[in-house]
Ligand binder design. Structure first.
Ligand code: SF4
Length: 357
């Protein structure tokens, strides 16, 4: 497959983990003994995909556990011929707390990594053990301090709705995190993957109302502390939004390399298992357009139709629906979701698609 314009956004997936978190069914294993084998595999896959990369505006190294390739792996990645960067690029690396060392952080900083996301998930040791996260709270907070010393744009991920976390404990977690004054926070609702250890054991999903309350509490405390909820699960201080993910939510193309990496190239969506779905021009436009609804920037029907003229027949239905959502308190005056709107985002999207039926 060839794509006419070079791609400026690259996702590299590192399918390595030293154990299995209870809720996760992602297939991963230990990293190869020689980390340069991982980079060689990326290079081979890139050559085989027939896609051209431009100097990158964003590179996102996700997992799994990218830190398991260690300093040598990142040096080898940095030397890879397919990687060149545009001015003011963003290079994010996701890190598991147990992999953060001053040596690794020094290497990442020297390679030009300028954004770190650490999977902290919970600030309760009993909960972390129950989840089989393979790190303690102390390790996680130490990892954040070490990472920040090298790369100031360090943020963390938390999971809302983990079993055994009361609203009081969740509030305390959020207050502790707010006191860290990090530039970026992600708060995901717990989802238990089919095939995960917890799913096999019959661990129930979190109660829907309790999960909504926990997410709402996070939104309330974090926005009061100066964070902008710029996407359903993502909060940033001004100027610290994740540009890589924003490209996806703005409907931009990106290439994913590595087992489990998705791609979006023209009208072809490729899932993590390498299966390609060829979309019609209308499906492609709708998908790219409607992800915008999850952003705090707001949704403009006029802009959407200007960018995707074949969606013009939807304009009247969308304008009426959006006005109704706004009257119901689900959208702001700029047509961005309110806290209540975020809770029913999927339902709003379904109603916008009704005109197609
Ligand atoms: S949640 Fe992340 S660290 Fe845990 S098993 Fe899944 S991929 Fe590995």
């Amino acid at each position: 497959m060839s794509v006419p314009t070079p791609i400026e956004h690259l996702y590299l997936h590192f399918p390595f983990c030293t154990g299995r978190c209870g809720y996760c069914a992602f297939i991963s294993g230990p990293p190869p003994a020689d980390p340069s084998d991982v980079i060689a595999a990326f290079e081979r896959e890139y050559a085989a995909r027939g896609v051209r990369l431009a100097p990158l505006r964003t590179l996102y190294c996700g997992g799994g556990t990218p830190g398991l390739i260690g300093s040598e792996g990142f040096k080898s990645l940095n030397a890879a011929s397919f990687l060149t960067f545009a001015p003011h690029y963003e290079w994010t690396v996701e890190l598991h707390p147990a992999t953060v060392t001053p040596e690794l952080m020094g290497t990442l900083a020297a390679c030009g990594v300028n954004r770190i996301s650490i999977g902290v998930q919970s600030l309760d040791d009993a909960v972390l053990t129950h989840c089989n996260r393979r790190h303690t709270v102390e390790q996680a907070l130490h990892a954040v301090a070490v990472a920040r010393a090298w790369i100031p744009d360090t943020g963390i991920d938390l999971i809302a709705g983990l079993p055994g976390v009361s609203m009081g404990a969740w509030r305390k977690t959020l207050e502790t995190v707010i006191a860290l004054d990090l530039p970026h926070l992600s708060v995901y609702g717990l989802s238990i993957d089919d095939g995960s250890v917890w799913a096999k054991r019959g661990v129930p999903p979190p109660d829907a109302d309790a999960l909504c309350d926990a997410i709402l509490e996070a939104a309330t405390l974090l926005t009061a502390a100066g964070y902008e909820r710029y996407e359903t699960s993502n909060y940033a201080k001004p100027g610290f939004q994740c540009q890589h993910n924003l490209n996806t939510w703005h409907g931009g193309d990106y290439l994913g390399l590595g087992y489990g990496a998705a791609s979006r190239l023209g009208a072809v969506r490729r899932d993590g298992l390498g299966e390609e779905i060829h979309l019609t021009a209308e499906e492609d436009a709708l998908e790219r357009c409607l992800t915008q609804l999850r952003l705090s920037e707001g949704f403009s029907v006029t802009d959407a139709v200007q960018r995707y003229p074949l969606l013009a027949p939807m304009a009247d239905h969308w304008k009426k629906s959006l006005a109704r959502f706004r009257a119901q308190g689900l959208l702001t005056t700029d047509y961005a979701p309110t806290a209540r709107g975020y809770e029913v985002l999927d339902a709003m999207e379904r109603q916008l698609l009704e005109a197609l039926d």
